[in-house]
Ligand binder design. Structure first.
Ligand SMILES: Cc1cc2nc3c(=O)[nH]c(=O)nc-3n(C[C@H](O)[C@H](O)[C@H](O)COP(=O)(O)OP(=O)(O)OC[C@H]3O[C@@H](n4cnc5c(N)ncnc54)[C@H](O)[C@@H]3O)c2cc1C
Length: 338
């Protein structure tokens, strides 16, 4: 019997596996896709996420340093630098490859496959033909395991979707820029010296280029050719009734997700991975749900608050002017996120 089986080899699953292997647990990751895995993502890793990657002993991919966050709704703009070191704009494929390499170095075994049925008893859990003491479900936003275990919780509010594409050009900024429009937001992340990612988030379902029409100032900036096809994801908001069921713990997006608007998914995925392994190695898996709520609370409150404003026509119009007029408040919010 192995110690830990991890379903899903995205950032959450690989970080869980590396932490577990470094703590001496025999760990196997089951992932259906081949390395490096790409995905619709804004690709801005917040400073806390960069620190969490460094703590895994990772050779950080080069990417593009991020100095802070800027909100734009012409003619208003508000910006604040991160207080505690830079964030990192990085292609998902580069991040995934670096995490996968680190997992191999740490002694993690990876199996190509998909985790389906799960059976558990008092001392073990069996899935994908493997028996383990514990299973971590890190199978993403739509987490088939969360559903199978009866942990899916209903979500309210508008269903929002995200799409992203890259442009082959020199970035004009080292900030993550969030551009606001009535129907949604577009956010820009420099991810390399010659590559800029633009993600659009909205409850309105239409094509990427139709969304971009709402952001004329941003469109004028996008002078380089599209570097790849559009990738999409959603609905974004997901809730779990709780983050543990018997010998299974949920980490990363599988544990619940509010929205991509605050760009914290990877940082939270890494933090939940670390917390889950700590709970297992301390012999206190029952603490994980409480620790997850504590580590994600600030992010959840901020993101829900922003979405509540953005969802009202007056709110969406006022967010950027209000942030520009109250720089100390905006700075505090950016620091809370970082
Ligand atoms: C449009 C958009 C923009 C975003 N922008 C940002 C941003 O700027 N910054 C940021 O930090 N975050 C951002 N995020 C969020 C971020 O992408 C996620 O929070 C992060 O990828 C979560 O990692 P994860 O490992 O939990 O899930 P994933 O990365 O989705 O990985 C889950 C893995 O599980 C595998 N899997 C699925 N089913 C099974 C199964 N049955 N068995 C085994 N494996 C399975 C999948 O193949 C996948 O590789 C954004 C998200 C979206 C949608």
């Amino acid at each position: 019997m192995i110690d830990l089986l991890v379903a899903g080899g995205g950032p959450a699953g690989l970080a869980t596996a590396v932490h577990a292997a470094l703590a001496g647990l025999e760990t196997v990751v089951v992932e259906p896709r081949h390395t490096p895995v790409d995905k619709a993502c804004g690709e801005g890793v917040m400073p806390s996420g960069v620190r969490a990657l460094a703590a895994l002993g990772l050779d950080l991919p080069r990417g593009h340093p991020l100095r802070g966050i800027r909100y734009v709704r012409e003619p208003d703009r508000a910006e604040a630098a991160f207080a505690d070191g830079p964030g990192l704009g990085v292609r998902r494929t580069d991040l995934h490859a670096a995490l996968a390499r680190r997992a191999v170095e740490a002694g993690v075994r990876t199996v190509t496959g998909r985790v389906g049925d799960v059976a558990q008893d008092a001392g073990s859990v069996t899935a994908a033909g493997l028996r383990a003491r514990w299973l971590v479900a890190a199978d993403g936003l739509h987490s088939p395991l969360r559903r199978r275990l009866g942990l899916d919780a209903p979500v309210g509010g508008p269903r929002r979707y995200g799409q992203r594409r890259h442009y082959r050009m020199r970035p004009w900024t080292d900030f993550v820029e969030v551009h606001w429009a009535p129907a949604g937001e577009a956010y820009v992340t420099p991810v390399a010296e010659d590559l800029v990612g633009v993600a659009v988030l909205s409850a309105v379902r239409r094509g990427y280029d139709d969304h971009l029409v709402d952001f004329p100032a941003l469109r004028a900036r996008l002078t380089g050719p599209p570097a790849n096809a559009v990738r999409g994801a959603g609905p974004l908001r997901r809730r779990a009734r709780r983050r543990a069921a018997g010998r299974v713990l949920l980490v990363g997006d599988a544990a619940g997700y509010v929205d991509a608007l605050t760009g914290e998914g990877v940082a939270l995925a890494l933090a939940s991975a670390e917390a889950a392994v700590r709970c297992l190695t301390e012999g206190r898996p029952q603490d994980y749900d409480r620790r997850w709520r504590a580590l994600s609370r600030r992010h959840r409150l901020l993101t829900h608050g922003l979405l509540a404003c953005a969802g009202r026509p007056a709110g969406a119009r006022l967010i950027v002017p209000a942030a520009a007029r109250a720089p100390a408040v905006f700075r505090a919010a950016v620091r809370a996120l970082s």
